[in-house]
Design a binder for this molecule. Structure first.
Ligand SMILES: [Ca+2]
Ligand SMILES: [Ca+2]
Ligand SMILES: [Ca+2]
Ligand SMILES: [Ca+2]
Length: 297
């Protein structure tokens, strides 16, 4: 009995192993979009789109002719950032077409200043981008795009969907569209920089940002309040307890904060981190919060 079962056990094990051993990653053709709530856990909005939908419903980025490059590590310890942008420029070099990440984010409500979007590959590898780098990128960075087409293979692009920055030519001596290491240092905050570690030196590598086989975009809202219209200044938390009593951001608690809060309750509930204005801690924005704010004056 035991002898007879052994081949079956081996077969089952072989099937299991075949499932977990990574092969050549297949291109991704559909994209999951998620925007989380202020707690960065609860899903506020989500949808799934595929490439043919993106192609017919959103602007196509890339003219099918221009080459876009990402610079790899210089492997020169005295020239890590290579502001001359003339070393290892072909680490990634593709002519692509794709869809802007900002257009995709808009499908689930978009990003606001301070928010981050996480670009996640099918295998779980991920990187984040800040609002500014997605919605208002400097020209030397260019708009971030998910490429689903390249000149060699068309839509059979095996690295697709892949993150590209459609960088301009302003920071390249040869007039190439390169997102270089110095561009990364100039355009992104340090926490977003990518490095390649060779065992001795941490080499900056812009190419490391170009995630392939992207399967999901996730928007993580900032937990810091934004200005309450019509104000231009962000609300303040003068005693640093996480509650933003200075709703109009004029630097002090005043009756105008109570009036603005009362007038904009619906907007605040929809656009601000709830915990920042939930003065009675019942997990929602309500009239009791207005009363509590008034009592604090
Ligand atoms: Ca450049
Ligand atoms: Ca406070
Ligand atoms: Ca105030
Ligand atoms: Ca409340």
């Amino acid at each position: 009995m035991m002898v007879g079962r052994r081949p079956l056990v081996i077969l089952a094990l072989a099937i299991l192993l075949a499932m977990v051993v990574p092969g050549a990653a297949a291109q991704t053709t559909s994209l999951e979009l998620i925007r989380y709530s202020w707690d960065n856990t609860t899903v506020a909005a989500s949808t799934t789109v595929n490439i043919s939908w993106m192609k017919s419903n959103l602007p196509v980025m890339g003219d099918g002719v221009t080459h876009y490059h990402f610079q790899g590590p210089t492997f020169i310890s005295t020239d890590l950032w290579n502001s001359a942008e003339d070393v290892n420029l072909d680490k990634i070099n593709e002519t692509i077409k794709g869809t802007a990440i900002s257009d995709l984010c808009e499908l689930v409500g978009g990003m606001r200043p301070g928010d981050e979007v996480q670009v996640r590959a099918a295998d779980g590898f991920k990187k984040r981008l800040n609002y500014t780098n997605v919605y208002a990128p400097p020209a030397r960075q260019g708009p971030p795009v998910l490429a689903w087409w390249n000149a060699r293979d068309g839509e059979a692009y095996k690295d697709g969907m892949r993150l590209f920055f459609l960088a301009d030519t302003s920071s390249n001596p040869r007039g190439w569209h390169v997102f270089g290491n110095e561009d990364m240092r100039t355009c992104l905050s340090p926490s977003y920089w990518h490095y390649f570690w060779d065992g001795e030196t941490n080499y900056p590598s812009a190419a490391g940002l170009s995630i392939s086989h992207v399967a999901r975009l996730e928007i993580f809202p900032s937990s810091i309040p934004i200005p309450v219209p019509p104000q231009q200044v962000a609300p303040g938390d003068w005693n640093r307890d996480g509650k933003y009593e200075d709703v109009n951001g004029n630097g002090r608690s005043d009756f105008a904060d109570v009036v603005l809060f009362f007038n904009q309750m619906t907007w605040i509930a929809a656009n601000e981190p709830i915990s920042a204005f939930d003065f009675n801690n019942n997990s929602r924005i309500d009239f009791a919060d207005v009363v509590r704010l008034f009592e604090k004056l």
